[in-house]
Design a protein around this ligand. Structure first.
Ligand code: VGL
Ligand code: ZN
Length: 247
């Protein structure tokens, strides 16, 4: 595959214990099933390690996101009396945030809803717990930078780029600009949430964006959401590649 390696970054999204099934760690330690375990979520880790090792040698920046919630986070059903995981709430988006966004990105015109839909989840990826730690088989030694997200108590962040209001930037965008990155390769968990949102935002911000099909796994809740996510990403201009194209 032809890539301008010095302008490319690989982003491994949320390879954390809470998104993976139970497993045996490298030193034989037993890790329990994650709070939001994705079926076979850990099966993409070999591909992710192989891709990052191969691309690292070529000078590609290796980046990772880490879902990193305080306890009592707004995305937890347990923070809302009477709600259960899967329920949806609506949170108003600040007008100033929307205005500031359009000012900073005059070329982006897609509408930002005045209220964001927030799916409620089981408690997961709580800061400093085993569930928020990277999966023990994930080779973190090649990572140049980790972007934590979802650490503000009152707003969630699926995307590596923005909070769920779709207009408050995280640190990722500045890092990419600073490093002259124009192309992003996406992989990780979950296809239908964090991979989807990160990919859509990456395209929205003008990055050439590839999704590594066999290095992503989805939650598929509601049913059909993985297929739907793939169609949305393709419709917005994402290009699909496989791990073998990169290793
Ligand atoms: C994620 C739901 C809630 C993800 C994180 O990593 O896709 N999904 N928090
Ligand atoms: Zn989360």
């Amino acid at each position: 595959m032809k890539l301008d390696y010095s302008k490319t970054a690989f982003l491994a999204i949320d390879i954390q214990n809470d998104f993976c099934p139970a497993y045996k760690g490298k030193d034989g330690r037993e890790f329990p099933k994650g709070a939001m375990a994705i079926k076979q979520g850990d099966e993409i880790i070999d591909n992710i390690n192989n891709i990052s090792a191969a691309l690292k040698q070529k000078g590609v920046k290796i980046l990772a996101t880490q879902d990193w919630h305080p306890s009592g986070h707004v995305s937890f059903a347990s923070s809302h009396p009477g709600k259960t995981p899967g329920d949806v709430i609506y949170i108003p988006v600040s007008e100033e945030a929307i205005e500031a966004f359009y000012k900073s990105f005059p070329d982006i015109h897609d509408p930002i809803p005045a209220a964001m839909q927030q799916v409620l989840w089981p408690d997961h990826c709580v800061q400093y717990t085993n569930g928020s730690a990277f999966h023990d088989h994930f080779n973190t030694s090649v990572i140049d930078f980790v972007f934590r997200k979802g650490y503000y108590k009152n707003i969630d962040s699926y995307s590596g780029f923005f909070e769920n209001d779709r207009c408050t930037l995280t640190d990722l965008y500045g890092y990419l600009k600073e490093n002259g990155i124009t192309t992003l390769l996406m992989a990780g968990l979950a296809t239908d949430y964090c991979v989807l949102y990160s990919t859509v935002d990456s395209l929205r911000l003008g990055f050439k964006t590839f999704v590594v099909r066999d290095a992503c796994k989805g939650i598929n809740n509601p049913a059909g959401s993985i297929k739907n996510a793939m169609a949305i990403m393709e419709g917005r201009g994402a290009l699909f590649v496989s791990a073998a194209d990169l290793t």
